[in-house]
Design a protein around this ligand. Structure first.
Ligand SMILES: [Zn+2]
Length: 249
């Protein structure tokens, strides 16, 4: 019984297979269905699934985008600085007479007559406190201690007459700038020379003797070395304020 039942089942299955095979061979549609399935591109589906991951990986890319936005910021900052610097420089009419990488110090008083000794390392820059014309240049040190002639005490020195009509004198220099001659037009902040110990500063701490006076004759060294106290003006110029010296008429 079991064997006959088994045979009938096998026979039935065989017939079913024949019929189903015949049916498929008759209908070429399955092929198109394969084509369709290939058109459906299960692969793309996988790609699509994989695609979401790259986007998540691509998310860091959008985050780099903010950094480009930070780049424009840096680009903005630079021109701002460039714009500010010349603007400030152009607005200044007066500046402190010494530029130095070392320490600068000076006091309110000067021995014997109004002037200021600005102590600073040898080689510091002596610059024009305001725009004007070079009035006096001494490139050689003729001072002799035993003689101590007042006219030579300054050693190497430069003086200018500013556009404000005031004479500015700096002495005890170690060098005079090459392009500085009597009559040379200079602008505020222009290098006039290097500070040092020439003249009667040979045996003192290096400093720039700075004097403010009326324009005078070349032989009037006593007035030219200083007529009014520069101290209050040095203080103003050092803090970026443009204040013109006032000379007694
Ligand atoms: Zn002095």
């Amino acid at each position: 019984m079991k064997y006959q039942l088994f045979r009938s089942i096998v026979a039935g299955v065989f017939v079913y297979v024949l019929v189903s095979c015949a049916g498929r061979s008759t209908a070429p549609l399955p092929t198109p269905s394969l084509t369709v399935s290939s058109t459906a591109q299960p692969t793309p589906t996988h790609l699509a699934t994989a695609t979401p991951k790259p986007p998540s990986t691509a998310v860091p890319n959008p985050s780099p985008l903010p950094s480009p936005s930070s780049l424009p910021r840096a680009t903005i900052v630079i021109p701002t600085q460039v714009v500010n610097t010349p603007t400030v420089a152009a607005e200044r009419r007066y500046t402190f007479p010494v530029r130095s990488r070392g320490a600068i110090r000076y006091g309110r008083y000067h021995h014997d007559y109004p002037a200021t000794d600005i102590f600073c390392p040898v080689g510091s820059e002596f610059v024009a406190v305001t725009s004007g014309v070079v009035d006096f240049v001494s490139r050689e040190d003729h001072w002799v201690a035993t003689v101590n002639d007042g006219a030579t005490r300054g050693g190497l020195a430069v003086a200018i007459i500013g556009d404000d009509g005031v004479r500015y004198y700096g002495s005890h220099l170690s060098a005079v700038a090459e392009d500085i001659q009597v009559g040379t037009r200079v602008v505020v902040g222009q290098l006039l020379g290097r500070t040092g110990k020439s003249g009667d500063a040979a045996n003192t701490a290096p400093h720039l003797h700075f004097g403010i006076s009326h324009p005078t004759t070349p032989d009037d060294w006593a007035m030219r070395r200083g007529e009014i106290a520069p101290y209050p003006y040095l203080q103003q110029w050092q803090h970026g304020k443009d204040v013109a010296p006032t000379l007694a008429s």
